[in-house]
Design a protein around this ligand. Structure first.
Ligand SMILES: [Zn+2]
Length: 469
């Protein structure tokens, strides 16, 4: 089989000679169209083999092979990574090829006999170079939704009908479907097969549930998916609890009521739900009940150049996400999670490793929680358990990681503390805040807490000062 790579290389150079790269500028209209059709047919054949080879890589990298997986032996975490590295395609394209190749490769039975591919009609049309890989992928993806509960014969008939349509041999006449037209037909078949199924809704839902982080665009990562109804219900309750208006929950002081009334929530409901999720994730990571990664709690690493941080320019990077994060976001995460300085020399070698600055300990957190009771910003109803601890004097400016220098803020108010205009300072260990000028022109500093015990103290003291009636 060593002949195949050589033959392919020869083919490539011949093709280069035949198709001098001028985009068909020398061709007549008719020849341009004819050549494009012929080129596509060649491309389909090549695509089919690309998918088949990727499927073979997938097969040799299947999980049960353990250390003997081809991907592992080549130092990759998965078959898709191996395909990516060899071909330089995107992760998405690598996975697409592997799943197409897997669904259309002949399988081997327990006693070594050959079994038809999962999608035999698609496989045959692909191998013949008649069916394009995107059309093949569409048929497989749509029919797969109905596979587990469709009648076998009906399933096979649907596959054959769709391949026939794609090749211009079906009921629709001699015209080949485009890939988009084929998708509409495949969806119709999938729905039809679905109706035949006796699978309870619950099982179908279990199979279809999912959550996906998309590719970054416009500086954001899109999130999409399908939740099980009971999970959606819990999430909805969580959102409702935090989005419900504070009215009626009782303000402890007139000042608080006034500043809430004036503050007027600036965020949209979508934005508030985002912030609730951020707090929930932070709370979960802090709970200490999650699998550790390399012996440490699942903490996000953020790296930033010290010079950039000092000069407030440039960007930082959070591991696990390709999109750079802003320095403001980095400062926020550093304030919450602590820092460790690592110094590199010009060649990139680590030459100094600072000792990690501790985050607030659970002891300190409890003390701060009892003192502050929740997010310090008036009108904000995020409870203590969902808050982050903000270094009032930043760590970088020498602010200690001590309860006298830490206050509770929710994710949103922490993230925006530099720009929102709210002032926070500590006086003998007691947090004081000053509203932004737009909210309270000429406003001064006042002590603040949401701790029920400290509020009770304040009430008692006020009562003692009042003369008995
Ligand atoms: Zn808040």
């Amino acid at each position: 089989m060593t002949g195949i790579p050589d033959a392919l290389e020869q083919l490539r150079s011949t093709l280069g000679e035949v198709l001098r790269f001028d985009g068909g500028a020398r061709l007549s209209d008719d020849d341009l169209i004819t050549a494009m059709r012929a080129l596509e047919s060649l491309g389909r054949l090549i695509d089919a083999h690309r998918a088949a080879f990727a499927g073979e890589v997938g097969e040799r990298s299947r999980a049960e092979l353990g250390d003997q997986r081809l991907s592992t032996r080549r130092g990759c975490r998965s078959a898709a990574e191996l395909v990516e590295r060899v071909t330089q395609v995107s992760a998405f394209e690598a996975r697409r090829r592997i799943s197409l190749g897997s669904a259309t490769r002949a399988r081997v039975g327990f006693s070594g006999e050959s079994i038809d591919p999962e999608f035999p009609a698609v496989a045959a049309a692909l191998a013949a170079g008649e069916l394009g890989s995107d059309a093949a992928g569409t048929i497989i993806r749509e029919l797969d939704r109905a596979r587990s509960h469709a009648d076998r014969l009906a399933f096979a008939a649907a596959e054959q009908a769709l391949v026939a349509e794609a090749l211009g041999r079906g009921d629709g006449g001699p015209v080949r479907c485009t890939s988009d037209e084929l998708r509409v037909q495949a969806q119709a078949w999938s729905t039809f097969l679905d109706q035949d199924g006796r699978e309870p809704d619950d099982e179908r839902a279990m199979r279809r549930r999912g959550l996906r982080l998309g590719r970054a665009r416009d500086g954001l990562i899109p999130l999409s998916g399908e939740l099980m109804p009971e999970v959606a219900a819990r999430l909805t309750r969580l959102f409702d609890a935090h989005l419900s208006p504070r009215a009626g929950l009782g303000f402890h002081t007139d000042d608080e009521r006034a500043s809430f009334a004036e503050s007027g929530e600036q965020r949209t409901a979508d934005q508030q739900r985002h912030d609730v999720l951020a707090a929930a994730l932070d709370t979960a990571a802090r709970s200490g009940e999650h699998p550790t990664i390399g012996g440490a709690a699942p903490t996000v690493l953020v790296s930033v150049r010290a010079a950039d941080l000092a000069a407030s320019r440039g960007v930082a990077h959070a591991d696990g996400v390709d999109l750079p994060i802003s320095l403001r976001a980095a400062r926020h995460m550093i304030c919450t999670g602590g820092t460790q300085s690592i110094v590199f020399d010009d060649d990139g070698r680590v030459i100094r490793l600072g000792s990690p600055e501790r985050c607030f300990t659970p002891h300190q957190r409890r003390a701060i929680t009892v003192r502050d009771g929740g997010c310090l910003i008036p009108g904000c109803s995020v409870p203590a358990a969902w808050c982050e601890i903000h270094h009032v004097i930043p760590d970088a400016d020498g602010g200690p990681t001590h309860p006298d220098n830490g206050v509770l803020l929710c994710w949103f108010h922490h993230r925006t503390i530099d720009t929102s205009g709210w002032g926070i300072r500590m006086q003998r260990g007691v947090p004081h805040i000053r509203p932004p000028a737009w909210l309270d022109p000429g406003g001064g500093w006042r002590p603040v807490t949401k701790s029920p015990t400290r509020l009770a103290d304040q009430r008692d003291r006020r009562r003692e000062k009042q003369p008995a009636a």
